[in-house]
Unconditional design. Structure first.
Length: 534
């Protein structure tokens, strides 16, 4: 009996033995009352716990092959050709389609209190949108409460109670003292957080000084956590905003004009150099400009461990929309750093395709048009943020793969695997391998997508990608082993998502100790000097 046959027999036995448990599984009802397309949410689902995906092109970041994927109880059991199963297994024919790891979005803000309001998508509606677009995990930013990390963490645990898919947390650092330093340790050692974000912009609210940045970098390094930066020079942005108001420019175009690419380039360079000074890895979030990207390219070329994250809006949009005469149309595109002039997006795409930038996020931070109208008379009061959780996978596929800029394996890398590696949860996430979580999408390259606020699953009444069409459609999303998106029907179940703890010391920390030792031995100091006698 060959090993393939043994596996098949084993699967048949397992299938038979567990048939009854499948049939007796209780129904779980999706939440029909609070936002995402109610018409898609009327069906009670008895989602099978045994699924066989047959005949698709199974794509991992390192390899692709035609194979079957067998899933049981939320875990991928086997990936191989011609798996045979008995009754009680849901079979999905994926012939001619791509079977890939579900997307992991490294950068979201759900239920975030910001600029006098709160993002319109909470953990349920944002995740419902994500699942409909093929993203099965995201990492959200915990904002401390009055500087307290523990209070911030507890608040976000509550916010995430209704999660319909797996999620993790980054944590922002907004002030510095002994308590914050101690709490960072607790977050890493006890709460499963392995990354901290430092804002160099948003003067007067989230912005921190270089002194704090240095303290934060040192602490991250000692804990094996990854420091992340929002890189814009906040003092200069403040000055730029004053200049625009003095010139009588109060509309959304003032947002772009007040914080030009040079300010993003300066802060990116500063953060990189300070990270180099401390000898810690660094993750630059939402890289929006050529200026910032080139700083990252330079640092990586010199051997520094810097990760650059473009976001979908920066890759595919340009700033001409901010000059739209209709306030509502223009305001929906206000985010920071701003969406840039034509040319930046294409350069960021090229950087992504050549490995200068490594993974794509969304910075999903949605406000509806009533919230955006808070800044009708003053662009400084327009809540910053755009949507993207539902659209990221389709737009990256269409913009990068269909155009021929990246391969399908690269698509998996930049939308899923690299995120899992950086945040130290690979291969549990980001892979279609035996033992990995069954977070899987089936994408039909011959089908097409159409984006509209009339059909999207976010609670927002607008969409910055309104009207976009493209090739490739996520036809099935499986999250935690359950089919949650199929036939354009969403079956997101509140409370079914799990918090994913992320351990410290990811691969970027390899070699850091050696570099420290090399640095110390290069100092040739202190010099022992003989005391001169007169
Ligand atoms: O405009 C943005 N990016 N809003 C979310 C907060 C941030 O800076 O990531
Ligand atoms: Zn930011
Ligand atoms: Zn953000």
């Amino acid at each position: 009996m060959d090993s393939c046959h043994i596996t098949r027999v084993a699967l048949l036995v397992i299938t038979f033995l567990s048939l009854f448990s499948t049939l007796s599984e209780s129904n779980q009802f999706c939440d029909a009352g609070i936002g995402y397309g109610e018409s898609t949410c009327t069906v009670a689902s008895t989602s099978p716990s045994k699924i066989l995906i047959k005949g698709g092109m199974v794509v991992n970041a390192h390899h692709q092959e035609v194979a079957d994927v067998y899933i049981e109880d939320g875990i991928i059991v086997t990936v191989q050709k011609n798996i045979v199963v008995g009754d009680g297994v849901k079979i999905i024919d994926a012939t001619g389609k791509y079977v890939m790891p579900g997307g992991i979005d490294p950068h979201t803000h759900l239920a975030m209190e910001f600029m006098g309001t709160e993002t319109i998508d909470d953990f349920f509606s944002g995740q419902a949108a994500a699942l409909a677009g093929g993203t099965t995990m995201h990492i959200d930013f915990v904002i401390p409460v009055k500087g307290s990390l523990s209070a911030g963490f507890e608040a976000y645990v509550k916010k995430a109670e209704r999660s319909a898919m797996d999620y993790g947390f980054h944590m922002a650092i907004t002030k510095w003292d002994e308590t914050v330093s101690r709490e960072m340790e607790i977050m890493v050692k006890e709460k499963g957080i392995n990354s901290f974000k430092f804002f160099l912009a948003y003067k007067g609210s989230l912005m921190i000084s270089d002194e704090l940045l240095l303290e934060g970098f040192k602490k991250c390094k000692s804990l094996g956590a990854l420091p992340m930066v929002h890189a814009e020079n906040g003092d200069a942005v403040f000055e730029g905003q004053k200049r625009m108001i003095e010139l009588g420019i109060t509309g959304p175009e003032g947002h772009a004009l007040s914080r030009p690419p040079a300010l993003e380039g300066e802060a990116t360079s500063r953060a990189i150099r300070l990270a180099g000074f401390v000898n810690t890895p660094l993750y630059v979030v939402h890289v929006m400009s050529i200026d910032a990207m080139e700083e990252i390219a330079k640092a990586r070329k010199s051997g520094q461990k810097v990760v650059g994250e473009p976001v979908v809006s920066g890759l595919v949009l340009n700033d001409t929309v901010l000059w739209d005469p209709d306030f509502q149309t223009a305001a929906k595109f206000v985010m920071s750093p701003p969406i840039r002039a034509p040319g930046h997006g294409k350069a960021l795409q090229a950087a992504l395709s050549t490995g200068v930038l490594q993974l794509v996020g969304t910075d999903h931070c949605t406000f509806n048009s009533t919230q955006k109208a808070l800044g009708i008379d003053d662009f400084r009061k327009i809540p910053n943020g755009v949507n993207g959780l539902e659209e990221r996978m389709h737009l990256v596929w269409d913009t990068m793969v269909v155009s021929g800029q990246i391969s399908v394996t690269d698509f998996v890398r930049v939308t899923s695997t690299e995120c899992a590696r950086i945040f130290n949860i690979y291969p549990r996430k980001g892979a279609i391998l035996a033992g990995s979580d069954a977070d899987i999408i089936i994408l039909n390259p011959n089908s097409s997508f159409h984006i509209s606020s009339n059909s999207h699953h976010s609670r927002s009444d607008t969409n910055v990608y309104e009207g976009r069409r493209g090739k490739g459609k996520v036809e099935v999303t499986i999250a935690g082993g359950k089919i949650v998106w199929e036939n354009d029907e969403l079956k997101a179940v509140p409370g079914s998502g799990k918090y994913i703890r992320m351990p410290p010391f990811n691969y970027l920390y390899d070699g850091i100790e050696k570099a420290d030792a090399d640095y110390l031995s290069s100092l040739r100091a202190p010099v022992i000097r003989s005391v001169r006698t007169a």
